[in-house]
Design a protein around this ligand. Structure first.
Ligand SMILES: [Zn+2]
Length: 177
């Protein structure tokens, strides 16, 4: 293991697992999202230096009632096992697991397949380009990470913060009323 892959402390993991005693945790996707986000914000200091933090942090401040996905892949019945059973070895793998989970709860399917993964659908996201601060609606594959412009051409505007999109944002960018 390399130096930068910091081991996840047992006490953080135990604290995270204590969320399972909250009867609302798996009550609904919205509840699950709110409880996870609340815990992540409280434990930010132990997580934010991960290389995957930039992927997770833009989701923490969305209004979940405007962003909740209609098609999450995770099943709440199976989350105690998938999310809470096995301690991730490193802070990075933990932050990645949290980020993937939150993204699954806000993702907006585009109806278009990823040209590389074929059967995998692309999601709408908003890319905020760091250099220019310009925001743009793009398509992203959550399997391979490929990014395309909304017209299907390759997107390559450089380093960007990726924010979730919802239907009203997509309509605004695509000029639909
Ligand atoms: Zn793909």
């Amino acid at each position: 293991m390399q130096d930068f892959e910091k081991t996840l402390d047992a006490f953080i993991w135990e604290d995270f697992k204590s969320l399972m005693s909250n009867p609302l945790l798996f009550n609904s996707y919205v509840d699950y999202f709110l409880i996870l986000v609340d815990w992540i914000k409280k434990n930010k200091a132990g997580l934010e230096y991960s290389v995957y933090w930039n992927r997770l942090s833009p989701i923490l401040d969305v209004d979940i009632y405007d962003y909740i996905s209609k098609e999450p892949e995770i099943l709440l019945d199976l989350e105690s096992k998938r999310m809470f059973n096995l301690k991730p070895d490193t802070v990075d793998s933990f932050v990645m697991r949290l980020g993937d989970t939150l993204w699954d709860l806000v993702k907006l399917r585009s109806g278009k397949d990823c040209p590389r993964c074929k059967d995998d659908e692309l999601n709408y996201v908003v890319a905020e380009v760091l250099k220019t601060a310009e925001k743009k609606l793009i398509l992203e594959c959550d399997t391979c990470g490929r990014t395309l412009n909304s017209d299907g051409t390759e997107w390559s505007d450089g380093v960007a913060i990726i924010h979730p999109a919802n239907e009203s944002i997509v309509n605004k960018y695509l000029g639909v009323n």
